[in-house]
Design a protein around this ligand. Structure first.
Ligand code: RB5
Length: 145
């Protein structure tokens, strides 16, 4: 199960990604807002991120205008590894090497076609483990220093 959330700058992108997830048969919870509503991006990040940490969902797609604000907010929550992406290499390698659990994108940065490709790469790529596990463990240690 995955989550998706958005602020008011990414409503259309959220709708396009939800359609894509439905076409792929991927179950998701929509934590985001609809057209005409407003939410600050830290608030849009918090509920899905808390649910990841609680084990209720596995990963989340977080959307704001740039993808940056919502990724900064998400990364403040212990256990969240969020990456703002607008290219395929980053979306793939943040899973392979960083075991990222949130993919963040900007509704004012990427179009729906690219965004859905990045979602597919993010969801379909497994963490490589090995030497990368040690590095991810060090990220977790930083949370407690
Ligand atoms: C909202 O207008 C905008 O500031 C927000 O979506 C985002 O781009 C912040 O990083």
């Amino acid at each position: 199960m995955i989550g998706i959330s958005n602020d008011h700058a990414a409503v259309e992108l959220k709708i396009a990604i939800c359609e894509h997830l439905k076409e792929r048969g991927i179950e998701f919870i929509d934590y985001g807002i609809a057209a005409g509503e407003k939410i600050d991006y830290p608030d849009a990040a918090e509920r899905p991120c808390r649910d990841i940490v609680a084990g209720k969902i596995d990963k989340a797609i977080l959307l704001c205008g740039t993808g940056i604000g919502i990724s900064i907010a998400a990364n403040k929550i212990k256990g969240i590894r969020a990456c703002a992406c607008s290219d395929a290499f980053s979306a793939k390698y943040t899973r392979l090497h960083n075991d990222a659990n949130c993919l963040c994108m900007g509704g004012r940065v990427v179009g729906p076609g690219l965004a859905c490709e990045l979602v597919d790469l993010f969801l379909d790529t497994e963490f490589e483990g090995g030497r990368h596990q040690r590095r991810v463990d060090k990220i977790t240690e930083l949370e407690n220093k």
